[in-house]
Write a protein that binds this ligand. Structure first.
Ligand code: FAD
Length: 417
């Protein structure tokens, strides 16, 4: 069970500062900052956000920033759709004329050849259309007009989503944080949460969370929201709850090809490649590319840069050259790694922990949390304030794994979900 204080210790100052808030958010990544902004926007007073590092310095800093509503899981489509309009009108959304999301609205192209990924693509496109998402089916010639550096001769189905593209995760995170601060939210950086405070748990009294124990003392609140991403497994030590999460390291490459991948060219998802590659423009000239399948499983959360062996460069480079013929001679401009918080069904865990009142969770975004962050922040803030939620959080419930109600998409493992 680890260090899980019980029995009414939460209100006494032990070894330092005690401070009381209405809601404490652990983690100032894009998800924590979005939650904080939405709490303030919906009228919460006295919100505290704590981060061991700095605002946006966790895995958010590693994001490829791609925004699309293409999912086979309809709940994700709805979240992504709501979120896209926030990215598109970000300054209005956070009531700050200086705020920007850095959106490049270049659209999203997705293609599959004959084979196992064709039926999921067809079903997902049909579903998106039935949900009112603007969508076009393109033939190979039309697709090549949008992305002339790519070959589509083997494509059996191509979808194009115009209301999509990519944005800047740092701008969005700091935009949410600044707007939240203006509404009175307190941010404390360099403060590590080391445990949760609780009361009850004995003599038939329900055990409930009452705050956090940190490197700078105790902070009390009737509600704690963990937005800790890959570090969420700390909750297992603090509370004994199960956090089904694996940190997975992924590699991202920036390639300089003879033909530019411009900002006018859409994001491209290649369901025909072994690694289900995703590609987008990088800096208006280079190609950002990464595999959309499982990565390197880490024993512990770690965002330090990982090794990128030459074999891995060749493996991805070969897949790129297969699809983008002129990139056969591309050079590697840069490369980096980032870590996903992967759940068993590659979908996030959102909402209250039923067995532990006073604790809410937001983790497990499995490589696709940036595009969902505005809607997720709003839903969790609504839930926290016991307001009706815009969409149901039930499909994302923490208990779905133990209840056998997984939210597995048609594509199986992978961030396309
Ligand atoms: C390589 C890569 C590419 C990606 N590409 C995309 C993409 O194209 N599109 C997309 O939608 N998503 C993408 N994602 C996913 C997306 O970026 C993440 O889902 C999202 O940024 C996660 O935000 P977060 O706030 O949950 O986590 P984080 O940004 O990791 O924030 C968690 C914060 O919690 C803090 N914290 C943790 N434990 C404690 C503690 N005990 N005390 C205090 N603070 C604590 C950490 O310091 C950290 O700042 C990608 C991710 C990676 C790694």
């Amino acid at each position: 069970m680890g260090s899980f204080p019980t029995g009414g210790r939460g209100s006494r100052p032990i070894g330092g500062l005690v401070s009381r808030h209405d809601v404490i958010v652990i983690g100032a990544g894009v998800v924590g900052c979005s939650i904080a902004w939405h709490l303030a926007e919906l009228g919460a007073c006295n919100v505290l956000v704590l981060d061991r590092l700095q605002i946006g310095a966790g895995t958010t800093a590693q994001s490829s920033g791609i925004l699309r509503t293409h999912y086979s899981v309809p709940e994700n489509v709805a979240l992504a759709r709501r979120s896209f309009s926030a990215f598109e009108h970000f300054a209005d959304y956070v009531h700050d004329e200086e705020a920007a999301s850095g959106l490049v609205k270049c659209g999203y192209l997705i293609a599959a050849p004959e084979g196992p990924r064709l039926a999921p693509l067809r079903a997902s496109l049909d579903q998106q259309q039935s949900m009112g998402i603007p969508l076009q089916r393109l033939d190979a010639r039309q697709a090549a007009e949008r992305l002339p550096i790519c070959r589509f001769d083997d494509a059996a189905l191509i979808g194009f989503e115009p209301e999509a593209g990519f944005a800047d995760a740092y701008l969005v995170t700091t935009g949410f944080a600044r707007a939240a601060r203006r509404r009175g939210v307190r941010f404390m950086e360099g403060v590590a949460v080391q445990g949760l405070l609780a009361q009850g748990g004995a003599g038939g009294i329900e055990r409930r969370i009452t705050g956090v124990e940190t490197s700078q003392g105790r902070f009390e609140a009737p509600l704690v929201i963990s937005a800790q991403n890959i570090w969420s497994r700390e909750l297992e030590d603090w509370t004994g709850i199960t956090v089904p999460l694996v940190p997975e390291r992924h590699r991202v490459f920036a390639l300089q090809g003879p033909e530019p991948y411009t900002n006018a060219m859409p994001v491209y998802k290649d369901l025909g490649s072994p690694g289900m590659l995703y590609c987008r423009s990088y800096g208006g000239r280079q190609m950002l590319v990464s595999e959309g399948i499982g990565g390197e499983v880490l024993a512990a959360p770690d965002i330090e840069p990982g090794d990128i062996p030459m074999d891995a460069v060749i493996e991805v480079g070969t897949q790129v050259a297969e699809r983008f013929p002129s990139y056969e001679t591309a050079g590697l401009a840069s490369s980096w790694t980032g870590v996903y918080d992967v759940t068993p069904d590659w979908n996030p865990v959102l909402g209250r922990v039923q067995a532990l009142p006073g604790l809410m969770l937001a983790f497990g975004f499995s490589g696709h949390g940036f595009k969902l962050s505005p809607a997720v922040g709003r839903l969790l803030a609504q839930e926290a304030l016991m307001l009706p939620t815009d969409l149901s959080l039930a499909p994302y419930a923490p208990e779905r794994f133990s209840d056998g109600r997984l939210l597995t998409g048609l594509y199986g493992s992978g961030a396309v979900s």
